[in-house]
Design a protein around this ligand. Structure first.
Ligand SMILES: C[S@@+](CC[C@H](N)C(=O)[O-])C[C@H]1O[C@@H](n2cnc3c(N)ncnc32)[C@H](O)[C@@H]1O
Length: 275
């Protein structure tokens, strides 16, 4: 599979699963992405891009952090953009992060929240960011670092595997390219950006048994099963998981942040560039 096919497959996956993403992931990822906004000087920005905006969960927070800016959400998955459109007013555009349909030096800020690991070529996307940022413009990224599978997840996977439920068709998994601050710094340098800082924090989501089962069936392969089968999986899971400790239902992972800027001085008067 070449990069273009892989890119299309990822977009198709997110389009199809947009509702599940909106319910089971977007609200939990948003606070992690909001931490980036504290580190990006966007108060005077005029154009800010949320690249791979998904269901647009971060857009209101970006607008609050960049009150003078036109904030544009982009994504390659139509299904995600449809939900973003329903959620909040504002410009959205369908485009590939690795090939942005945007003019050089058009933006003061860009964010990529939990996107880089899903791109066949994250370096190309950062190269595109460098191209579309104005000198002095800033980019912030957040993505997954090292995590561990929750015990409840292992039990759930075993139940599905024993019943022959096929696993999800694989989309691009480039976690290993972007899962450490040093890797992100290197990618940003390679893209011609000046890394400013990179750090980690912890993502933690705690469930109880029923909350876990709702998450597992709603966000994984189980949701594609016929309703009566789903009920069977859930019955078995309730029996097998009843004795697990609360820790078994904790999803915990490192998240990795990086902030960089495009080299060059920001014009003293931003209107100086205008005709
Ligand atoms: C894990 S979701 C994160 C969504 C959103 N940024 C958030 O934090 O809630 C990854 C997003 O990247 C988008 N995406 C994947 N490949 C892309 C590409 N090549 N160009 C643009 N968006 C892409 C997906 O469609 C999906 O919306």
């Amino acid at each position: 599979m070449d990069d273009r096919d892989a890119t299309r497959r990822v977009a198709a996956h997110y389009s199809r699963d947009a509702e599940a993403f909106a319910r089971y992931w977007a609200p939990y990822l948003r606070p992690k992405a909001e931490a980036l906004l504290d580190r990006l000087p966007l108060a005077e920005a005029r154009v800010v891009l949320d690249l791979g905006t998904g269901t647009g969960a971060l857009l209101p927070s970006i607008r609050a952090a960049a009150p003078r800016a036109l904030v544009v959400g982009t994504d390659l998955a139509e299904g995600m953009l449809r939900l973003a459109r329903a959620g909040a007013p504002g410009p959205l555009a369908l485009m590939d992060d690795q090939q942005l349909a945007l003019l050089d030096r058009c933006a003061d800020g860009a964010l990529l929240s939990f996107v880089l690991h899903r791109l066949p070529d994250p370096a190309a996307a950062l190269g595109e960011v460098a191209r579309v940022l104005r000198p002095g413009g800033v980019v912030g990224t957040v993505t997954w670092g090292h995590g561990r599978r929750a015990e409840a997840g292992r039990v759930w996977d075993a139940i599905l595997a024993a019943r022959g439920v096929p696993s999800e068709p694989s989309t691009v998994d480039n976690h290993a390219l972007v899962d450490q601050p040093a890797k992100l710094r290197a990618l940003m340098l390679g893209a011609g950006l000046e890394p400013l800082e990179a750090w980690t924090s912890t993502y933690e989501q705690r469930y109880d048994l029923e909350g876990w089962l709702d998450f597992a069936i709603g966000s994984g392969v189980g949701r594609r099963a016929a309703p009566e089968l789903r009920q069977e999986y859930l019955r078995e899971a309730r029996q097998r998981m009843a004795g697990l400790s609360p820790e078994a239902y904790v999803v915990r992972s490192e998240v990795v942040y990086a902030v960089a800027r495009r080299r060059g001085a920001r014009p003293l008067d931003p209107r100086a560039n205008e005709p």
